[in-house]
Design a protein around this ligand. Structure first.
Ligand code: SF4
Length: 230
């Protein structure tokens, strides 16, 4: 595991828990609106945090921290992810994984081995718009669909989430997403927040009315739909 970002305290990244976040570098997607552009494109620019630094912090904050969030980049591309999660769980902490869902084999083995307590999976767009939304020509979303099916089995607590921009998401996408994610446990629409560090420039957030309209479409098939970043 190569951890290149470390946020020591967050109250919003693990539902109802006090957590810290570890960021891995590198990703197999190039979402134009990605906020972690440098982390994704140039992970080697960042010096890694040592295990000592991270685990001594976790020990010091025992009783205050409930959980560790492992985010990216895309953490499932990292070697040793399972072993790293096991070490965190040995400290008595919950583990949340943020993932783009492209490695269902890795996700399945983390669930099978009881190494992860909560998974937040990005569902970038409806299947026919996936390649354009993740910035990879010819992207095959089969792995993503497999991960959606896996999480819907409900063997681990989870949420699906979609970061939405005016440029990448239209009404027809949400009609298709409502069908793709039918019956999901929790789904968050995350409105794009303008940022200097994105992979490409020129994305804009949706208006409040647009978000409300899309929420109405999604609630026809998904019970628990919420908005982040109104
Ligand atoms: S938004 Fe997530 S999946 Fe997309 S490029 Fe950034 S880290 Fe990768």
């Amino acid at each position: 595991m190569r951890i290149i970002g470390f946020e020591k305290l967050t109250l919003v990244d693990y539902p109802a828990k006090v957590a810290c976040i570890l960021f891995c570098g590198g990703c197999n997607m190039r979402c134009p609106y990605c906020h972690n552009g440098e982390l994704v494109l140039h992970p080697d620019y960042f010096p890694p945090f040592s295990d000592d630094e991270i685990f001594s912090y976790l020990k010091k904050r025992k009783g205050i921290l409930d959980a560790v969030v492992i985010s990216g980049g895309e953490p499932t591309l990292q070697e040793g992810l399972g072993e790293y999660m096991a070490r965190i769980k040995d400290e008595g902490l919950l583990v949340k994984l943020d993932t783009n869902g492209t490695r269902p084999d890795v996700i399945r083995s983390l669930i099978d081995d009881h190494l992860v307590d909560y998974i937040a999976m990005d569902v970038k767009n409806s299947i026919d718009s996936y390649a354009a939304t993740v910035g990879i020509k010819g992207f095959d979303p089969t792995s993503v669909m497999e991960s959606i099916t896996l999480l819907k089995e409900g063997r681990v607590d989870y949420e699906f989430r979609t970061t939405v921009t005016k440029e990448t998401h239209k009404q027809e996408n949400f009609i298709a997403l409502a069908s793709l994610l039918e019956g999901a446990k929790a789904y968050y629409l995350q409105n794009y927040v303008p940022n200097e560090n994105t992979i490409e420039k020129g994305n804009t957030p949706l208006s409040y009315d647009e978000l409300q309209n899309y929420i109405r479409i999604l609630r026809k098939t998904i019970g628990n739909v919420k908005i982040r970043n109104i």
